[in-house]
Design a protein around this ligand. Structure first.
Ligand SMILES: [Zn+2]
Length: 213
């Protein structure tokens, strides 16, 4: 056993139990119980051609994502990145050129101290061997979309909420961008971000999230 594994024994990314097999990152019980999306991994949307998500946002997957916030173990991040990478390879018929993520507003970032979508994007980019770029910024604070009912209203709520980072246009010109978020619900947020990326020169946008509702 490597010294790293003695210091940081591998734990299941979802329940935190110690793993007997260090090559796995999910325990057998969780692997069996997780709400996998399987053949329903793909969500179609406006402005992005497809969004893939390996898990449904419920039960163990929801707990794992919420727990990620507190534990913030890098091993869990790697595991989530691997799950998303497999989904991207199997379900998207596109080779992306770079990875980016849905940003948090400054207010929320300061409150929370970290961006979950950035951590997931970083892990996914590492798995796929693609560069990670910060292309988008939140320019207006929005109410959590979970409190807004109806797709039209959600779309209206995020309209104009995002802006482009300095230098983003050169980075994504004629490129296929893989846009990452933690959860997709109606796709309003991913749609608005994709619209912006396409408007400013991206050739195509595909999306990946860990979970879908
Ligand atoms: Zn487990």
């Amino acid at each position: 056993m490597k010294i790293f594994q003695l210091l940081y024994p591998p734990k299941c990314a979802f329940c935190g139990q110690l793993l007997e097999n260090a090559a796995e990152d999910i325990c057998p019980a969780c692997r069996a119980a997780l709400p996998w999306t399987g053949t329903r991994a793909v969500t179609r949307g406006s402005f992005f051609s497809a969004c893939v998500s390996p898990l449904y946002y419920r039960d163990l997957a929801r707990q794992g994502l919420l727990g990620f916030k507190f534990r913030r173990r890098s091993s869990a991040g790697r595991c989530f990145g691997r799950l998303m990478a497999r989904c991207v390879r199997e379900q998207l018929q596109t080779e992306a050129d770079l990875v980016t993520y849905v940003p948090l507003s400054f207010l929320r970032l300061r409150k929370r101290g970290y961006s979950q979508s950035r951590l997931l994007a970083k892990a996914l980019a590492a798995e796929l061997g693609l560069p990670l770029a910060k292309l988008l910024r939140k320019q207006r604070h929005t109410k959590p979309l979970s409190r807004i009912r109806g797709e039209e209203r959600r779309r209206a709520a995020v309209s104009g909420a995002f802006g482009l980072c300095r230098g983003a246009e050169e980075q994504m010109k004629d490129k296929c961008v893989l846009l990452v978020d933690d959860v997709i619900t109606t796709g309003a947020t991913l749609g608005e971000c994709s619209r912006l990326l396409l408007t400013f020169g991206a050739d195509r946008v595909v999306c990946a999230t860990l979970c879908k509702k």
